[in-house]
Design a protein around this ligand. Structure first.
Ligand code: PMP
Length: 359
């Protein structure tokens, strides 16, 4: 085993120990049936109970109103980048996109294949280190797309723009279930599961029923939202094991007091690390203070050589996954829901010690 490990990877990312222990305990014999949940039919009564419970808990904990569908899809958030414009745009119509960094950029690239794209706001002028607060929305847009948290850049919407009657669609891959959200303000929310709610392989889609009615016709079956609505996430074989883990993660969130319980721990964790960055002469946060992400905290040291040394020594001391994304360099600590406060306290202690030793 060696030193105790603290997992700061950006995704796939840390899962609650309690969830993994439960999954381990019932891996070979799910609730006395003598088989694993991984090796039984997705149409069995046992799996049916799992998927229904996962959906029910998502609805309760996240506050998903009745007029929304909850779907478990595959293909990652990246497939949603294409599926959204494929379903809701055509060559004659347009959508508004807010360009806040790498992930928003990928969504924009896909949308351009299907229709017209207006950039309603961008933070390109400052290397995407802030979330814009002025938006130039067009009245005829089919939807407005935002990335609620840019995992690479470390910026996060603190408030969501009011788009009136135009559906707001958000990629919440890296901050879903981390804070209270008014779902009714959105036309659609989507997220790859592998940061805050489960393993990779499942994409959660929450879509308002009237928006889903507007899906284009003539699409290949699997890429039409209607297919997965008609046969609730069971048109074909769903990612059963991932959905089962999501159910366990939801039970874990419930025990911690739901989203408000999680949110207050997340606030405390992020405040602790940002305070360390703000009071140090060696570390410096890379993003605008009003746009700081509570999930992915990006920072630099005074030189690249020092960053390399920091990451090497941190890794040896058990702090794993602190290297910034290859496209931007520097360092990044991802503090998803499952990272306990103790992990951040230990990281901060290590950072302070490193600073003293390398003055
Ligand atoms: N959007 C955001 C904000 C992400 O962080 C990621 C993955 N890191 C993606 C989309 C792409 O997700 P996936 O790998 O599930 O396709």
């Amino acid at each position: 085993m060696g030193v105790k490990k603290y997992n700061f990877y950006a995704g796939p990312a840390i899962l609650p120990q309690e969830v993994m222990k439960k999954a381990q305990a019932e891996l070979l014999d799910y609730q006395g049936i003598g088989l694993s949940i991984m090796e039984i039919s997705h149409r069995s009564k046992e799996f049916d109970a799992v998927i229904k419970s996962a959906e029910q808990k998502i609805r309760e904990i996240f506050g998903v109103p009745e007029n929304y569908w909850v779907l478990f899809l595959q293909g990652g958030a990246s497939l949603q980048f294409g599926m959204i414009p494929m379903n809701f745009l055509n060559k004659e119509s347009a959508a508004d996109y807010v360009h806040t960094g790498e992930w928003a950029g990928k969504a924009i690239k896909e949308a351009k294949l299907f229709g017209k794209v207006n950039i309603a706001a961008t933070s390109e002028d400052k290397k995407y280190n802030y979330i814009p607060d002025k938006f130039n929305f067009s009245s005829d847009a089919k939807y407005v797309h935002i990335t609620s948290n840019e995992t690479i850049g470390g910026i996060q919407f603190q408030n969501f723009p009011d788009t009136g009657n135009i559906p707001l669609i958000a990629d919440m891959s890296s901050d879903i279930f981390s804070r209270k959200i008014d779902v009714s303000k959105f036309g659609m929310i989507y997220a790859g599961a592998q940061k805050n709610i489960g393993p990779s392989g499942v994409t959660l889609v929450i879509i308002r029923k009237d928006l889903a009615e507007k899906c284009a016709s003539g699409l290949t079956t699997m890429l039409n939202y209607k297919t997965h609505i008609k046969e609730p996430s069971l048109y074909n074989t769903p990612p059963c094991f991932g959905i089962y883990i999501i159910k366990l993660v939801m039970e874990w969130i419930e025990k911690l007091g739901g989203i408000s319980g999680i949110e207050s721990i997340n606030n405390e964790k992020a405040a602790l690390l940002y305070k360390t960055l703000d009071t140090s002469s060696m570390y410096r946060g890379t993003t605008d203070k009003n746009s700081r992400s509570k999930m992915n905290i990006t920072f630099r040291l005074t030189t690249e050589q020092l960053e390399e040394k920091f990451i090497k020594e941190a890794t040896a001391a058990g702090f794993i996954g602190l290297k910034g994304h290859r496209s931007v360099g520097g360092c990044r600590a991802s503090l998803y829901n499952a990272m306990p406060l103790e992990g951040v306290k230990e990281l901060v202690k290590f950072m302070e010690k490193f600073e003293k030793e390398n003055k």
